[in-house]
Design a protein around this ligand. Structure first.
Ligand code: T46
Length: 133
């Protein structure tokens, strides 16, 4: 399956690094929501769902974690460990996030406001949704 990663240009100088992300300029959607997770308990696996329409960019702004993406036919696992790198996750893709380092901060830029109706939380229902069952 195709994996799309965005590499954001760090504006570095002697003071350190700064990354700017602007809707439609270096990511492909309007940013309607930003959320982030941290203090993730050792051994935790999050996600385990897909979205009907939500698009997102996942950026591990500190530490590292792994993201497993599944389109119903193929699965890929991606390591996120750079604060200037974002993983694009489209709608209709099952995602699981795991192997969080103790210091991991996973920030997510989302194309829509929070809507529980957009979630597909059952894997069989997801396979039916993507025409694989
Ligand atoms: C996704 C992955 C990458 C809110 O109130 N507002 C929000 O915007 C979000 C994202 C969550 N919540 C509440 C709902 C739950 O009570 O926060 C709690 C934890 O959310 P959830 O169990 O859905 O978290 P994850 O890590 O399983 O999934 C999240 C996103 O929900 C999801 O859209 O793609 O991160």
């Amino acid at each position: 399956m195709q994996i799309t990663k965005y590499v954001f240009e760090p504006h570095g100088d002697e003071r350190g690094q700064l990354v700017a992300i602007e809707e439609f300029r270096n990511i492909p959607f309007d940013i309607k929501r930003v959320y982030y997770m941290y203090d993730t308990t050792a051994g935790t696996s999050r996600g385990h769902h897909a979205h009907k329409s939500l698009q997102q960019i996942l950026i591990c702004v500190h530490g590292s974690c792994k993201i497993m993406l599944d389109n119903g036919k193929e699965q890929e696992t991606v390591l996120l460990d750079k604060p200037n790198e974002g993983l694009y996750v489209s709608n209709a893709v099952w995602r699981e996030m795991y192997d969080f380092s103790p210091d991991a901060v996973l920030m997510v830029l989302a194309s829509e406001l929070y809507d529980e109706e957009d979630y597909i939380r059952d894997y069989d229902a997801f396979l039916k949704y993507v025409g694989q069952k």
